[in-house]
Design a protein around this ligand. Structure first.
Ligand SMILES: [Zn+2]
Ligand SMILES: [Zn+2]
Length: 213
């Protein structure tokens, strides 16, 4: 793999005021920077959202992630470029109530949903920093599958399987040494680490702000 392309997946492209279905360019840029740091690859953000109305199961009110991945694959002719879809739509596969994301094992396409990563989904106040950290972990996890990694038994590893946000919060946003080794990757530069999740500000502003107030 030589590069990762990120694109928003939206219900339709008809809504000009919200063309990416709630996935802002800021979210995609932030994710691209995190992925570049972890995978040591160049990451590009696509301007064009992918409309996913074809994948809607109207009875469930959810979108079939496998269908979206297949459509993404047809958009990505270069076998050396991985494609990461980011959506705020609620995703499912037939055997599960929902999925946070899905990826093609040893393939090129991965998909993550922010829908159930948001505190608002559980009736809690918004927390944009927590949401972004969860999204990064899930994006790294799904891209790890495209590179051939299966689930890791180290619960701190980003490749640990997680069926709840609590489990996502427990794991770190990086590969464990064994998974890094399988990928042939070096650890990311620790001087550029993510902000700690213990900081529960919703603005994403400087951490010193509350100390000065
Ligand atoms: Zn997984
Ligand atoms: Zn691992």
């Amino acid at each position: 793999m030589k590069a990762i392309h990120l694109l928003a997946v939206a219900a339709s492209t008809g809504n000009l005021s919200n063309p990416r279905g709630g996935v802002t360019l800021e979210i995609l840029d932030d994710l691209a920077a995190a992925l570049a740091r972890i995978f040591h690859l160049s990451c590009h953000v696509s301007d064009d959202p992918l409309p996913a109305s074809f994948a809607l199961d109207s009875a469930r009110g959810q979108y079939l992630s496998t269908s979206i991945l297949q459509r993404m694959e047809s958009l990505s002719p270069d076998p050396e470029v991985a494609l990461l879809g980011v959506t705020s739509l609620d995703l499912y596969v037939p055997i599960l109530t929902f999925v946070f994301g899905e990826a093609q094992l040893n393939g090129r396409c991965a998909l993550v949903s922010s829908c159930r990563l948001q505190e608002e989904f559980y009736g809690l106040p918004p927390n944009s920093l927590l949401h972004q950290n969860r999204l990064k972990k899930e994006a790294i996890h799904e891209l790890g599958h495209t590179l051939g990694l299966k689930h890791c038994f180290d619960w701190r590893c980003v490749m640990a399987s997680s069926h709840s946000v609590e489990r996502i919060d427990l794991k770190e946003g990086e590969f464990c040494p064994a998974c890094l080794d399988k990928l042939g990757l070096s650890p990311p530069d620790s001087s550029d680490a993510w902000p700690a999740q213990a900081d529960h500000t919703t603005s994403g502003g400087p951490r010193s702000r509350s100390l000065k107030a």
